[in-house]
Design a protein around this ligand. Structure first.
Ligand code: FAD
Length: 477
């Protein structure tokens, strides 16, 4: 007979939303178990979900490696350094990436142990609002387990969207995970989708020598990004060799002897190109397969996201949901913040997430980062604003680094001067945006930033100058 183990909280899913929720629950003294079904490339259970295994961190490992290579080939000579015979060993690069992943995922396992979280490997299935069954994964003889908990947190995340015109075969037509695992540089790479993931993966292989064509169905480049910065970024990425074709919708694909023939409808009509590998990066969708949502009566919206209220409560009493599976920005840090907040609410505290200050980053080079509203959004809402822009080319540190492309734009409310948005296209934008997030979290004004001393020479001086520029008093431009 199967016995039922009792917990205060059972978390289903150990991605950045679920594992953080589990750790915070345990820190708050709640008896916590976390169920996860992720298997790594060798078929071993691995915590961290796609973010740690095939997403955020491995993509940044390859972005960094490819950036070093590209820098050595094209930029170090400006510093008076000659490097003869620089070559790329993709297998070694991938080995390094895998080591980074292993270190990080084992780190989560260590944190689970340290916090006394019970880790269960298998598929978690909701049975009503207080019970979960855990079914062992294929190849395991573990019997099914029954868990019962006062609170269940669902954090089952998301999966890549596939296109019927071009089914993934894992060899020539791949999703983002496949594109992170190539063992040689494809000569010709096609990418469907010029979103965050498509641009990051396209950049990796472009830097390593692939001829990259990116097809994007939308006419606008990066519609969520400030128009001014998106247009600068498009020019820079095209100069880097990314052949980004906007308004180009894939109609069909067919395997050829050497690769894939892609047919698409573009501004010039029907076109065809042939590539060696094709990456489909058209977005992600909520993942609830195996969760037993329908049988348990869990409400999903028309796009498959779990419906929650402002406190992440689903329609089933005691069942909460966080992360990609509830929609909103599909970002690791957004899910982690929800994980913390939901744990604190279970423990009777006032956990909350300020969705207005969620930072967005695209790890191209230069990087794109932003927080808050764009000018277009403010215009549509009828909000009066002033903006100040400052280019990195007028920043001493950027010049010294040889990284003078891009700019920072700060937008403030005309009446209150409260910062409404900060937009960066430039070197280390991913780090610089943190200052803007803190400023917005503290309800700072552009004048607060303008009166804050920024060390010289730093890239952050561009933030200071952009804040001064809101009031037309930038010093160095
Ligand atoms: P997930 O990370 O999807 O985790 C869900 C977990 O639940 C998985 O381990 C899954 O196996 C498990 N699971 C699902 N169903 C069950 C079940 N029934 N039982 C047991 N386990 C189950 N975001 C960023 O913020 N920054 C980035 O730089 C970034 N880069 C990315 C790059 C790529 C290539 C990709 C693909 C994504 C990237 N993302 C990035 C997005 C980020 O990975 C997601 O937003 C994040 O992983 C969502 O976290 P989550 O915890 O909600 O779900």
């Amino acid at each position: 007979m199967t016995t039922t183990k009792n917990y205060d909280v059972v978390v289903i899913g150990a991605g950045p939303a679920g594992y953080v929720a589990a750790i915070r629950c345990a820190q708050l003294g709640l008896k916590t178990a976390c169920v996860d079904e992720w298997l790594d490339e060798h078929g071993n259970p691995s915590l961290g979900g796609p973010c740690l295994n095939v997403g955020c961190n491995p993509s940044k490992a390859l972005l960094d490696s490819s950036h070093h290579y590209h820098h050595i080939l094209h930029q170090v000579k400006d510093h008076g350094i000659t490097v003869d015979g620089a070559r790329i060993d993709v297998v070694a690069m991938q080995r390094r990436k895998s080591k980074v992943v292993t270190m990080l995922t084992r780190g989560i396992a260590g944190l689970f142990k340290k916090n006394g979280i019970e880790r269960l490997v298998g598929t978690g299935r909701l049975i009503g609002s207080e019970k979960v069954t855990v079914t062992a994964l294929k190849g395991s003889n573990e019997p099914e387990k029954q868990l019962s908990a006062k609170h269940i947190i669902i954090a089952t995340g998301s999966h890549p969207i596939s296109l019927p015109q071009t089914p993934i075969d894992g060899v020539n037509i791949v999703d983002s995970s496949g594109a992170l695992a190539f063992e040689e540089v494809p000569q010709r790479l096609g990418v469907i989708g010029a979103g965050v993931i498509g641009l990051e993966l396209g950049s990796v292989w472009n830097r390593l020598g692939a001829k990259v064509t990116v097809l994007e169905a939308l006419e606008d480049f990066l519609p969520a990004v400030d128009r001014d910065l998106a247009s600068d970024a498009l020019q820079v990425f095209k100069r880097q060799g990314l052949d980004i074709q906007l308004g180009s919708r894939l109609t069909a694909s067919a395997r050829t002897e050497t690769g894939v023939r892609i047919s698409y409808q573009g501004p010039q009509g029907e076109r065809q190109i042939e590539v060696d590998k094709l990456v489909v990066a058209v977005g992600r969708k909520a993942y609830t397969e195996g969760l037993g949502a329908e049988q348990a009566g869990l409400e999903l919206d028309e796009r498959g996201f779990i419906v929650v209220d402002e406190h992440w409560q689903t329609n089933l009493q005691g069942v909460l949901a966080v992360g990609d599976v509830i929609g909103g920005p599909m970002l690791a840090h957004k899910g982690s913040e929800e994980g913390v907040a939901v744990a604190e609410r279970i423990a009777g505290q006032a956990g909350h997430v300020n969705y207005e200050t969620v930072p967005w980053i695209i790890y191209t080079w230069p990087e794109i980062a932003w927080v808050g509203s764009t000018e277009d959004e403010l215009k549509n809402q009828g909000i009066d604003y002033r903006s100040g822009t400052f280019p990195f080319m007028a920043i001493g540190r950027a010049r010294a680094m040889g990284e003078a492309a891009g700019k920072i734009k700060i937008i403030g409310d005309t009446n209150t001067d409260r910062i409404l948005g900060v937009h960066i296209f430039g070197p280390q934008a991913s780090e610089l945006i943190a200052e803007a997030v803190v400023a917005m979290e503290c309800d700072a004004s552009t004048e607060d930033l303008a009166r804050t001393i920024h060390a010289h020479p730093t890239l952050a001086e561009a933030m200071h100058e952009a804040a001064l520029a809101v009031d037309d008093r930038a010093i160095h431009f």
